[in-house]
Design a binder for this molecule. Structure first.
Ligand SMILES: NC(=O)c1ccc[n+]([C@@H]2O[C@H](COP(=O)([O-])OP(=O)(O)OC[C@H]3O[C@@H](n4cnc5c(N)ncnc54)[C@H](OP(=O)(O)O)[C@@H]3O)[C@@H](O)[C@H]2O)c1
Length: 257
């Protein structure tokens, strides 16, 4: 198991579950998030399990601060594994016909540029060491566009493509890249979404599946299996059939708490 692990979005949900999953003696964790209180609480729990932990409260959109923090962290503890996990979900509000435009812009910056801001600062270091693993958190929405969450779907398709391109390029430098595509996972993000949530799993289970997939250096870590298969087939259906089959799964997104 990797020894130095950097996780963005570690203050909640899947990122928190990953931090706790990797927390043990001999592991150094770099945990990034926005909410100080939540991040410090996760860090404390990880320390209790024996990890050395460093935290950073940074917005992933801040390219300069991200590069500064990540560079300093890597100089002290060379990163073996990074999770570009921080993300937001937006979509159509119950009162609206389309998603709020300002939030859609912010989402693109967080979910797409935030991933670049996480990965880019590490590449020169990992390439020089010819060692490292990069895990980018996409979604099943990266395979099948959701009518009620256009910017979210686009952002997840973007990082899916980005990660697989990077994987093809970086293999020759000894760096592994995997893209993680979860279905519904019970987290604060998911709870804002109305509508049916088939095959939903807990964040701890998602963390287990991710750890297992990364150990096998899979190009894509897609789960749950059957929902992943349905999403991938749905993504290649003719438009009219796809829209009809997606009708029972339409949803709205509530304002953040
Ligand atoms: N839950 C699902 O069903 C599901 C399914 C597929 C994919 N995903 C993906 O999994 C990832 C984690 O989501 P989650 O479900 O665990 O959601 P979550 O519980 O809401 O956690 C999101 C994390 O991202 C951080 N974050 C959000 N915006 C940020 C910003 N601008 N700068 C820095 N950090 C920011 C949050 O920090 P603060 O809390 O401190 O603001 C939080 O730690 C996301 O990329 C999401 O798209 C989730």
């Amino acid at each position: 198991m990797a020894r130095t692990i950097l996780i963005t979005g570690a203050s909640s949900g899947i990122g928190r579950a990953l931090a706790l999953r990797y927390a043990q003696g001999g592991t150094t964790l770099g945990l990034l998030g926005r909410s100080t209180d939540r991040l410090l609480a996760v860090a404390e729990d990880c320390r209790k399990r024996g990890s050395t932990v460093r935290t950073g409260v940074i917005d992933v959109r801040d390219r300069t601060e991200m590069a500064k923090w990540i560079g300093a962290f890597d100089r002290d503890s060379p990163v073996d594994l990074v999770f570009a996990n921080a993300g937001v979900m937006e979509g159509r509000r119950p009162r609206d016909h389309i998603e709020p435009p300002d939030l859609a812009h912010a989402l693109m910056e967080i979910n797409v540029l935030g991933v670049l801001n996480t990965v880019h600062p590490l590449l020169p270091f990992m390439m020089a060491r010819r060692h490292g693993q990069i895990a980018i958190i996409s979604s099943l929405a990266g395979f099948i566009p959701l009518a009620d969450a256009p910017s979210y779907s686009a952002s997840k398709a973007a990082v899916l493509s980005y990660g697989l391109s990077l994987r093809a390029q970086l293999a020759q430098h000894g760096i592994a890249v995997s893209v993680v595509c979860p279905g519904y996972v019970t987290t604060p993000m998911m709870l804002r979404e109305s509508g049916p949530k088939p095959f939903v799993i807990e964040a701890e289970k998602a963390a287990d599946l991710i750890v297992r997939g990364l150990a096998r250096n899979k190009a894509t870590v897609v789960f749950p299996f059957w929902f992943g298969l349905i999403a991938r087939i749905g993504g290649i259906l003719p438009d009219r059939i796809r829209r009809l089959s997606m009708k029972p799964f339409r949803f709205t997104v509530s304002d953040p708490p």
